[in-house]
Design a protein around this ligand. Structure first.
Ligand SMILES: Nc1ncnc2c1ncn2[C@@H]1O[C@H](COP(=O)(O)OP(=O)(O)OP(=O)(O)O)[C@@H](O)[C@H]1O
Length: 308
């Protein structure tokens, strides 16, 4: 199946001469949830803005559903919903009008039943006649989402959707995302919250300094880069490791009170049994043992720091 979004060799140099994207290529499959992770200034918003046709690329191409985003702007924009970081619409307009108008802007016929459903799903129904300026920050974020969904997009971009929002909104948002996904909508979100990506994404892309460092199925990523750690607390601290423990490449922590052993949990042989025997042989007494699974956050930090 052809990808619904195909980005090829995208370069963006802003007027200031700053190169925000340095040749980004990526394909997005219909129906997937892709999380783009990256530190501030990585180029995430620039990438999304180009795909949505808001910013022009310096070179490279983007196809959405087989159409070029620059040449066929109307066709591509019609099937995209974008939830930007900030609200820029008229503060004196009502919620209902803002969301309905947004549908019209995308060339769709009025459909009050759909607008009502979107507002109800986002707990905005009782605010439909309020002006935007009367809403709290969280409610305004809900309006942004409602606007993006007003024209029933096939692809939804969420730019930092949960930055600074409360738990209720976050929950509502993920409920909406799950429902959309069940309806076949492709979802791309940028986030700083790695746990979020870990929870809901099918694929994770890491972007830094205008380059995609990695893009992979989340489960494969966790498997290939995910490591487990055995943490062994000793009854009495040691200053140097006994020579019998050298083959295990242990790290000493906590002033010699803790041994750290990194191992691959996906392999059949972890080496734990022989390590424990070697520790006993060396005459060390164990006080406690625990394991720790590396998280997507560890993987992310390692990747970004390696390139820094
Ligand atoms: N209009 C512009 N003119 C010049 N430089 C810009 C412009 N817009 C963005 N940049 C720069 O391009 C880089 C990438 O910005 P972008 O907003 O795409 O990053 P981001 O990954 O979305 O970051 P954040 O997580 O902070 O939103 C930044 O260094 C930013 O300062």
């Amino acid at each position: 199946m052809a990808p619904i979004v195909s980005v090829s060799n995208l370069v963006k140099i802003y007027g200031s001469g700053f190169q925000a994207l340095k040749g980004v290529s990526l394909d997005i499959e219909e129906g997937e949830i892709l999380a783009l992770l990256g530190p501030n200034g990585a180029g995430k918003t620039t990438l999304i803005s180009i795909i949505c046709g808001i910013v022009n690329p310096s070179s490279g191409t983007v196809q959405v559903n087989g159409h070029d985003v620059v040449k066929d702007f109307r066709a591509t924009r019609a099937i995209i919903g974008l939830v930007p970081q900030e609200l820029t619409t008229d503060q004196f307009e009502t919620v209902w009008n803002t969301v309905s108008f947004s549908r019209g802007l995308h060339g769709k016929k009025a459909n009050p039943a759909h607008i009502e459903k979107v507002l109800r799903d986002l707990s905005l129904w009782d605010k439909k006649d309020n002006m935007l300026r009367e809403l709290s920050g969280g409610m305004k974020r809900r309006v942004l989402i409602a606007k993006a969904l007003s024209h029933e997009p096939r692809i939804l971009f969420l730019d930092e959707p949960t930055a600074g929002v409360d738990v209720n909104l976050r929950k509502d948002m993920w409920k909406v995302v799950q429902t959309l996904r069940e309806g076949g909508v492709t979802i791309i979100l940028t986030t700083h919250y790695i746990e979020e990506a870990e929870e809901i994404a099918d694929r994770v892309g890491v972007i830094n300094g205008g380059e995609i460092l990695l893009i992979e199925e989340k489960s494969a990523l966790m498997k290939t880069l995910g490591r487990k750690q055995l943490r062994i607390e000793l009854a009495e601290p040691v200053t140097v490791l006994p020579s019998g423990l050298e083959p295990y490449h242990l790290k000493l922590e906590d002033d010699g009170g803790r041994l750290i052993y990194d191992y691959d949990a996906s392999g059949g042989r972890t080496g734990i049994t022989t390590l424990l025997a070697a520790i006993a042989e060396a005459g060390l007494r164990i006080k406690d043992i625990s394991t720790r699974q590396s998280t997507l956050e560890d993987i992310f930090v390692e990747l970004v720091e390696k390139r820094a």
